[in-house]
Every structure is written in structure tokens, then in C-alpha cells.
Design a binder for this molecule. Sequence first.
Ligand code: ATP
Length: 441
Amino acid sequence: MVKLHIGFDDTDSPNGGCTTYIAALLVEKLSNMNVSFMDYPSLVRLNPNVPWKTRGNGALCLRISCQENSVDKIKETVINTVEANSELDYGGTDPGVVFVHEEVPQDIMAFAKKAEQSMLTIEETLKVAKRVNAEAVGFKKGRGIIGGLAAIGEDLSGDHTFEVIAYRTPENRELPRRVQVLSVKNMDKKSDFTFNNVDPETGRVLITPRGPDPILCGIRGETPEAVKQAYEMIKIDEPVERWMIFRTNQGTDAHLRRVSAVKKIQPYNPVVAQGTVSKAPRIIQGGHVIFAIKDETGEVDCAAYEPTVTLSKIARKLMAGDVLKVYGGVRASSSEHRLTINLEKMRILELVPKVSFVNPSCPECGKRTKSMGKNQGFRCDKCGFRSSQLKKQQVNEERGLEVGLYITSPRSQRHLTKPHCRYGKEKTGVPKELIENWHYP
Ligand code: ATP
């Protein structure tokens, strides 16, 4: 038996298609070709700030073991299936397929980290592929080779999660999705090891996407068993063509890289940066909140967009001098704005006191005094006490903020953002064996 890693990406367009669906088709086809799966299919989310992504910048990888003499037939099946199911007529769809034999070289793993956290070019991708003897097949511009190679390199041995995705039959793909809302809410209450099923603030169901793609719903969670059980709990009023469990880096913050200094922040990279609030928040049109942080190397703007609700509410209360760690994607500067971190999360490390001055209390009766004019001292209306020695008292006002971690509301979280409920549930390692029935058909 030989091992084969199959990565692919960039097959869909805003008008339809989905690379995870091609993975599900391939799992059915390859299962009938007597291969065994070494892992669940990987759904690897890459840098969410690449400008040419369709939706969530997801790339896919299948890891199989098979007879050596079936390798060519398998490769042919993969290439034909990707070609037949890609939205090739769409301008921005440039599929890529990558094959790697036996163990995944360290170089591809390092490449995958870069693809999650920064911007890559097709030229450097092809160089890495050549160096490690990966076979790459591109359609049109072949940009999907970047994602295909990265999906192979991300072995998900670090923190990871699972998602069960169910797909619709073709005749239903333009119609509203028929998943019973109440059943999703009930499932959410009973499934501690799933996450982001329902938005807590609005009650909106988050497991069903909105576009014309073949996905009916996707449930995310900590274990394959948890997502499968949750899937069995929901009530669906339309036929399901197929479903499959993926292992993923969703909800793990894999995209965020700590920068040691503000001046090292690069456009399009997701970052974690620490600094002191240097410009107090201002609210711009649309209710978005902009403030700046700085360290000894430079200053950068931070934006909490209104759809992030939790963060924009918190950001409004920040004051110059507060110390923060900010997490988010970096937007390049333009004629209208400076380099800006679009916040996904924010950790308040220190809050400066909010100081105000009030008239002193009367030393005789305790009642608040009144000013007798500038530098004239204070008098008490109740007992008549007067003094020119009394001074205004300093009081610390409530900030209405606490140190701690704040994250965008689930409905505006990115696929990669680690939600509150996952803190403490991080895990490592790859599965030794797969659960029974992890896909249908
Ligand atoms: P889908 O959800 O179907 O996978 P998508 O939102 O993932 O769609 P794609 O159509 O796959 O978007 O487009 C993303 C493109 O960006 C792919 O061609 C992929 O190879 C490329 N890409 C991914 N990560 C990077 C990166 N870090 N630098 C440059 N290009 C990247």
C-alpha cells in the first residue's frame, strides 16, 4: 500500500459550487475504488484577507492509502471530478490540484502556515512544489494550487475542530433551506461540544448558509461524534444528497500571528498586536468605531465594525492610555484611511482610571459644598460652613469596562476565529482511526 495526499482548491464562484462538495463527491468515488482514508477530509481555512477568495478561503485535502497500481486511476478520477464540477466559466475561478506521495515534507507544512497567516504568490508556490516533488495540476491561472498545497501541508496536528456538512439535491439549490429552526435551537442547548449553531444576541440560526451553493447546513464541534449526534438531532424538510464529516482548523485562530512590534504589521496579514490606545475612539458613519494603538515603533488604526456589535460597543468606551492586545486582519492604507486592523477580538490588559473632580464634602455635616467662585473656596448650604482651604476632590469614575477578552458576536465571526466557548477545549494530535459512517453515501 502507498500513501497519497490530494489537495485542491478554487473551484467555485459566487454563483455556485463549493470545493467541500467536490471533496464529498470524491470520497464517494474513491470509497468505491478500494482506498482507505487515513484521516477525515481536511477543510483548511487559509488567510481570510486574501482579496481573491470567493467566501471563506477554504482548501481541501484527502489523505488516502491505496494499492500502488491504482494511483494513476485515482489521480485521473480526482482531476476529472475537479474539472467537471468547477465553475470554470467564471473569471476568478482558477482550480488547482496537488498530489504528494508518502510523508508530507516539512517544507509544505511551513508553507501551509504561511498560507494561513500571510499572502503568497503562485510563483513561490510552484517553487516549493517542485522542491518537494509535489505534482501540481492547474486549470486556467491555476491559483488553486496555492490552496491545494497548503491544505496538504496543514496536518491539523495542532488545535482542530470538526464539521459535518450536509448537501442539497440540485433541484433545491436555488430555494430557501428547509431546516427546522426550533430543532436547531434544541440541538444547540443539548450539544455542549458543538459551537456557533445559533447567534445568542439575535437568535439567528448560523448552521445554514445563504448563498446558492450546494451546502444545506454545517455543524461545527469538538469531536466527530459530537457533530454527528448534533446533525441527527436537527429536523430537515428536504432531501439530503450527501453528508460528510471534515476535520478543520475552523475556530482555532490558526490565522493570527503575533507581531513583535507595531511597525512590523503588514497589509492583508491577520495579526495579534499589543499597544497602548493613543487616539481615543471616534464613531464614523455606519456606527463603526475607529481608534489607534501605538508602541515605541509606531501607530496603527483599529476598526470595530458595527456588525461586530460586541466589539464596537466595547471599543466606544476605550480611553487613551488603555493597554490592549488586538486581533484581526490588516487592511492596506488608502487615500481615505491609514493602515487599519479590522478587529476580530480584543484583550483589554490595563484600563487607565477615568478621573473627574467634584466639589468637596462639608467637613462639619458631610453635605456636598458649593463653589463660591473661582479660587474663592466652598460653602455648605446646609450648615453654613465656609472655607477657602477646601479643594475639589478627585474621584475615579466607573469605566463600564473590565480587563478581559472580547470577541465579535458569533454571527460576524470569521471561520477561523476561536469563539469564547472553545477556550480550554484546545486539543492536539491526529485521529488513530475514524468513526464508523463518517460520510453518506
Ligand atoms: P471555497 O469556499 O469554495 O473554497 P474560497 O472562499 O475558499 O471558496 P477560492 O475560490 O478557493 O475561495 O479562492 C481562494 C484563492 O486564494 C485560491 O486560489 C487559493 O489558492 C488562494 N489562496 C489561498 N490562500 C492564499 C494565500 N495565503 N495567499 C495567496 N493566495 C491564497
